[in-house]
Design a protein around this ligand. Structure first.
Ligand code: ATP
Ligand code: MG
Length: 332
C-alpha cells in the first residue's frame, strides 16, 4: 500500500485498545519492521500509540465528567436541548491550513494541554476564541478539530432553541446553558454567532435582543469553565465591538492558497487513481479564490464523474469539468 495512504488510514483509527482494528494495525507495524521499513513502522507506531492514548484519556474523562442526567438543559416550552453533544467519531479533523493559521490553532491546543503548568505561574490558557473568515474555509471544522486533538467533548449551542419567541426566555436560556456547563470541561461552539450579535442593531425585537446580547457579553466576560469557548462568524465587521474585546484570541480563516489547494485536491482524491499526467499546480492556479469547501467539492465531483463513467482513472478533464460546473458557487 502507498505510504501516504497507510499513514492516513492509521490516523483514522480511533484507538480503542479492545478494537480488532488496533490489533491489525499492530500486526502491520510488525510486518513493515520485518520488511526493513523501519522509518515507516516507527511513524505508524507513533500515530497508533497517540490515538490509543487520546482514546483512553477521553474515555476516562467522559466517565468522570458526564455524570448521568446532569448535562444540557432544555428550553422550557418545547423541551429542545439548548446544545447538542457531537460524538467524537463525527468530529471533522483532517484539515489543510496555511502555516500561520495552523500555528495559531496549534497554539490554542498547546496552551490547553499545558494548562496545569501554566497555572503554576499564575497563567491561563487562551480559552475564548473567535474564528472569522469567508464561508467554507474551516471555521466550524477548526473548532471540531481542536476538540478532537485535545480530547474534550464537543458541544454545539443551538441558537434556534436559545432564541425563544417568549419574552425574556432567550436570555434565561442562555444563562441556564452557561450555568449548567460551568464545571464541565468541553469545547463549547457558538457557531455563526453573528446571528445573535448582529441582531443588536437590526431593530428586530429590540428590547429582547438587547438583553440577550448584554447577557452574552457578561457570560463571555465571566466565562471561566474548565474548557474552551469557540465562536465563529462570517463577517468580522458585523460583530459588536464590545463582543470582540471579550475574546482571548481572534483567528482569521483565510481562503486556501495554491499550496493548500494542491493538498486539498490530493487528500480528497487519495482513494482514487489519478492520471499521472495531471499537473496539480496548474489546476490549483485555476482554483485560486475558491473556498476550501468548494475545492473539496470540485475534487469529489470529478471523482464521482469518473466512477459513473466507469473510468478507472480520474483524468484532468473530469476535474476541469467539475471546476466549470462549480464556478457559479464561487464567492457565494
Ligand atoms: N481548512 C480545511 N481543510 C480541509 N477541509 C476543509 C477546510 N475548510 C473547509 N473544508 C471543507 O469544507 C467543509 C465546510 O467547512 P466548515 O464547515 O468548517 O466551513 P465554515 O468556515 O464553518 O463555513 P460557514 O461560514 O459556511 O459555516 C468541511 O466539511 C470540509 O470538507
Ligand atoms: Mg461554519
Amino acid at each position: 500500500m502507498n505510504q501516504d495512504l497507510m499513514v492516513r488510514l492509521f490516523r483514522s483509527i480511533e484507538g480503542d485498545p479492545d478494537d480488532d482494528l488496533v490489533k491489525v494495525a499492530e500486526k502491520i507495524i510488525a510486518d513493515e519492521k520485518e520488511k526493513g521499513h523501519l522509518r515507516l513502522s516507527e511513524r505508524l507506531k507513533g500515530i497508533l500509540s497517540r490515538n490509543v492514548a487520546t482514546h483512553t484519556s477521553f474515555k476516562k474523562e467522559l466517565k468522570t465528567l458526564l455524570p448521568e442526567g446532569t448535562l444540557i438543559p432544555t428550553d422550557k416550552r418545547n423541551n429542545i436541548p439548548l446544545a447538542s453533544l457531537i460524538e467524537r467519531e463525527s468530529l471533522r479533523h483532517e484539515m489543510v491550513l496555511p502555516k500561520q493559521t495552523e500555528t495559531a490553532i496549534q497554539r490554542i491546543e498547546k496552551e490547553y494541554v499545558a494548562r496545569e503548568r501554566l497555572a503554576h505561574f499564575g497563567l491561563k490558557p487562551r480559552q475564548k476564541i473567535l474564528f472569522y473568515g469567508s464561508p467554507g474555509c474551516g471555521k466550524s471544522m477548526s473548532a471540531e478539530r481542536i476538540a478532537w486533538n485535545i480530547g474534550l467533548p464537543f458541544l454545539k449551542v443551538r441558537f434556534e432553541a436559545i432564541i425563544s419567541s417568549y419574552l425574556g426566555e432567550s436570555a434565561s436560556n442562555l444563562k441556564k446553558l452557561f450555568e449548567s456547563i460551568g464545571g464541565y470541561p468541553c469545547v463549547l461552539l457558538l457557531d455563526e454567532f453573528d446571528f445573535i450579535a448582529k441582531t443588536r442593531s437590526s431593530g428586530h425585537d429590540v428590547g429582547e435582543m438587547h438583553r440577550v446580547v448584554n447577557i452574552l457579553l457578561n457570560l463571555l466576560e465571566d466565562f471561566d469553565a474548565p474548557g474552551l469557548l469557540i465562536a465563529t462568524t462570517n463577517l468580522e465587521g458585523s460583530i459588536d465591538k464590545a463582543l470582540f474585546r471579550r475574546f482571548d484570541d481572534i483567528v482569521e480563516m483565510p481562503k486556501p492558497g495554491k499550496e493548500e489547494i494542491v493538498r486539498l485536491l490530493r487528500n480528497t482524491l487519495s482513494s482514487m487513481n489519478v492520471s499521472k499526467s495531471l499537473q496539480y499546480d496548474e489546476l490549483a492556479i485555476k482554483l485560486i479564490g475558491f473556498s476550501a469547501a468548494l475545492v473539496v467539492k470540485v475534487a469529489n465531483d470529478a471523482a464521482k464523474t469518473a466512477v459513473i463513467q466507469n473510468c478507472k482513472i480520474v483524468e484532468k478533464e473530469h476535474l476541469i469539468k467539475a471546476l466549470n460546473d462549480n464556478i457559479k458557487y464561487n464567492n457565494k
